[in-house]
Write a protein that binds this ligand. Structure first.
Ligand code: GLU
Length: 480
């Protein structure tokens, strides 16, 4: 049975690193569909102070946007407190966990003393029960009740913890390196390392893909699985994603949330393709669909070394998907971008059918839907004629020789019957104008582009003009 999960903490947006391990977990489950592969979404919300509903909503929205559908969940850890309590009670009853009354101040003293001796600042085992050991008296308040305590897992005192990591290969950590982990805080809420084990056990998770910042947690988790007599999942720890400065990708170094890429006009299939390649490969394949990835992704070929986030490559991948994208879909995405942009767009002019034509004509030259929206805005708002680049192009192309030709073209366009206001009709008006003035195509097309679209570089001028209203074209040609 193959069961995977992604377990984000709702303390912020869905991080790119988490999106990547979500993708691997999802693809692995889908790859094993014949073995009833399942993918579970769990929300690890036990950090009550930092978890928010807004983050949960953002995470769910990002999963949806990426198309990472889950078979079970979202399961919220805070709704499972009774279950954790029952397991903790059982561990205490079995002598596998114990109450620790050391105060934070006492622990600080121990830690500092160990550091001063050059030792690892591990817990001093004060409350750890051992055969023949006399434990301190339980401290009590004035009312006679025991003071607050945490529950610690009684970690094996020595011996090695070894696992064969799907990404990193064999990893061994000696139990002397780690101490008795707090599994329940004074407020009764379990800690991550404990809840994650109970959940992975209860949810029968067979494979855990996650970031390698969790490698140090895994020995504790394995020891807890063993103490519970629970079967171990296989672990695969994916290396961190580095920013282009070689440092760990972080908010300070640019966008780290999936949402930001959605907002910035990326397509989810491009994002998935890019994330997939960031730490995994299938031969030299660079562009592939998620169906292809599912058919290829068997947990092998995951990279051991950190991947570098490459915004230029992501843009390139996105541009490839823009070219293939359906025009009606792009028109919908562009409408969203136009609505939220501060471009001076008269959105009431945005007509779906025409916008699809605009997308068809311009998508090849756009890396994102934001760029496409910028082009589309030319159809719905006057170009900004105050910029230096506009003035330079205007001066370069709207020459004395061009002026009468533009005026002649305007007359011919005006005379075109509505029925003939299309690419072919406009092309013949242009051809006639060139024949009558003796100008070459660029001498006429460039100034027309500048006047109508605000830029000298556009797709074919006849195709572009046909997507405008005739009145708009004539008004803009009169700008001169
Ligand atoms: N809540 C943990 C995180 O967001 C999950 C780690 C795990 O997958 O075990 O890092």
């Amino acid at each position: 049975m193959i069961r995977t999960r992604i377990a984000p903490s709702p303390t912020g947006f869905l991080h790119l690193g988490t999106a990547r391990t979500a993708l691997y977990s999802w693809a692995f489950a889908r790859h094993h569909a014949a073995q009833d592969g399942k993918f579970v979404l769990r929300i690890e919300d036990t950090d009550v102070a930092r978890s928010t509903q807004d983050s949960v909503d953002q995470i769910l929205a990002s999963m949806k946007w990426l198309g990472l559908d889950y078979d079970e969940g979202p399961i919220y850890q805070m709704q499972r407190l009774d279950r954790y309590q029952a397991v903790i009670d059982q561990l205490i009853a079995n002598g596998q966990a114990y109450r620790c009354y050391s105060t934070p101040a006492e622990l600080d003293v121990v830690r500092e003393a160990k550091k001063a001796r050059g030792e690892k600042p591990l817990y001093d085992n004060r409350w750890r029960p051992e055969v023949g050991k006399v434990l301190p008296d339980v401290p009590r308040g004035a009312d006679g009740k025991p003071l607050p305590f945490v529950v610690r897992f009684k970690n094996p005192a020595d011996g090695d913890v070894t696992w064969n990591d799907l990404v990193k290969g064999d990893i061994t950590i000696n139990n002397r390196e780690i101490d008795d982990l707090i599994i329940q805080r004074t407020d009764g809420i379990p800690t991550y390392n404990f809840a994650v084990v109970v959940d992975d056990w209860d949810m029968q998770i067979s494979h855990v893909f996650r970031g390698d910042e969790h490698i140090n947690n895994t020995p504790w988790q394995i020891n807890i699985f063993n103490a519970l007599g629970a079967p171990l999942p296989q672990f695969g720890h994916c290396p961190v994603i580095l920013g282009d400065d070689g440092q760990k990708l972080s908010k300070r170094r640019g966008a780290v949330s999936v949402t930001a890429y959605e907002d910035n006009g990326y397509l989810p299939e491009a994002m998935l393709n890019y994330l997939a390649r960031l730490g995994w490969s299938h031969g030299d394949e660079e562009l592939f669909t998620s169906e292809q990835m599912v058919s290829w992704f068997d947990g092998s070929h995951l990279s051991k070394s950190p991947a570098q986030w490459d915004p230029a490559k992501l843009l390139w991948v996105n541009a490839q998907y823009m070219k293939q994208a359906d025009n009606a879909r792009l028109a919908g995405l562009v409408t969203v971008q136009l609505a939220k942009s501060n471009m001076p767009v008269r959105t009431e002019l945005v007509e779906v059918q025409r916008l699809e034509g605009i997308c068809a004509l311009f998508k090849d030259r756009c890396e994102t839907t934001v760029q496409l929206a910028n082009w589309a805005s030319v159809f719905y708002a006057e170009p900004d004629r105050s910029t230096d680049s506009y003035k330079a192009e205007y001066a370069q192309h709207f020459t004395q020789a061009a002026k009468p030709a533009v005026a002649l073209l305007a007359t011919k366009l005006k005379a075109l019957p509505d029925m003939a206001w299309d690419k072919a009709g406009i092309a013949s008006a242009i051809k006639e104008t060139l024949a009558e003035t003796g100008l070459k195509m660029p001498q006429l097309a460039m100034p027309v582009r500048v006047l109508v679209a605000g830029k000298a570089q556009t797709p074919a001028v006849d195709a572009m003009l046909a997507l405008f209203d005739k009145e708009t074209v004539l008004a803009r040609l009169r700008q001169s």
